[in-house]
Design a protein around this ligand. Structure first.
Ligand code: WAQ
Ligand code: MG
Length: 269
């Protein structure tokens, strides 16, 4: 089993509040060092030391792994949250969503997508035609898992992002997560911004245009954030999609392009 692969997943919490999480897919010889690195990261989380760290490794069948190229990256500079949300709406319309559906998704994240305006642990699933919410557990949502860069591709991707000024691991992790979402059957688009109060950049990702970053999608200090995945239910059932997102191992073996930062112009949509 020289070529066997493991999914290594870490989550850290304090008083049952989620602090950080990360995951990798690595060859067997890298499981120990990866586990150590993820635990190190959990311990240095800026929200304070966790009282629980779960780190779990699980063998995955190399035959079951799918391979894909990372999405292309675009970055748009907007002047305000309002302009950012307008840009997001226009990009969603460009992906074929109705105005009602796009507006509903933005309002959902802005107000806290979980029960009573809370932040969900995973993503909301939304019907791409009528905006109906489809996830079974409204607090947990859908958790995308079992995706990573192929280890031989990681240095190139990290270098490309660093040169573009996008070297923070938050960008790479969101790009990898979004790449898996875009590779899933029946996905029309994704909308995301962070729940971290100091991180206001988010993105709209679509299969046609890739990962489109928007410099400001919320105000500094706002603790609300989340993800919405838009589904075409004529192409996939919710259960098949959730199974793919949560369980299908996917490795990225090639980088996409990274376009220079551009001022958002309405006509771009
Ligand atoms: N699967 C589905 N949803 C998730 C997952 C996951 N594995 N992890 C987090 N979420 C949801 C959950 O609702 C979080 O509250 C929300 O997404 C945001 O998560 O290019 O950092 O980790 O500059 O705070 C995007 C822009 C950053 C990066 C996104 O998300 C860039 C980010 P966070
Ligand atoms: Mg977060």
């Amino acid at each position: 089993m020289m070529n066997s692969l493991y999914s290594v997943r870490m989550r850290a919490s304090c008083h049952d509040r989620h602090l950080s999480g990360a995951e990798r897919i690595v060859p067997v010889h890298a499981v120990a060092e990866t586990t150590a690195a993820l635990i190190e990261r959990a311990l240095s989380a800026h929200l304070g030391p966790p009282d629980k760290i779960h780190c779990h490794s699980e063998q995955i069948d190399p035959e079951a792994v799918q391979y894909a190229k990372l999405p292309d990256v675009h970055s748009y500079q907007v002047a305000s949250v309002q302009e950012g949300r307008l840009a997001a709406t226009q990009l969603l319309l460009g992906a074929g969503l109705s105005a009602d559906c796009a507006a509903r998704a933005v309002a959902t994240l802005a107000g806290g997508a979980g029960p009573h305006g809370s932040v969900m642990r995973g993503a909301a699933l939304m019907d791409a035609v009528n905006g109906e919410r489809l996830e079974h557990d409204p607090a947990r949502g859908v958790r995308v898992s079992r995706m990573d860069l192929l280890s031989t591709c990681r240095p190139e991707v990290e270098a490309l992002l660093a040169v573009a000024g996008l070297g923070h691991h938050r960008v790479l992790e969101a790009l990898v997560l979004s790449g898996k979402v875009l590779h899933a059957p029946g996905i029309v688009a994704e909308l995301c911004w962070s729940d971290a109060p100091d991180y206001v950049t988010g993105y709209v990702a679509t299969p046609q245009c890739g990962y489109q970053r928007i410099s400001q999608l919320k105000a500094v200090g706002d603790k609300r954030g989340g993800r919405v995945f838009f589904v075409d239910q004529t192409k996939v059932t919710v259960s098949a999609l959730v199974d793919y997102l949560e369980r299908q191992p996917l490795l990225f073996d090639a980088a996409g392009t990274i376009a220079p930062l551009k001022k958002w112009e309405k006509a771009d949509a």
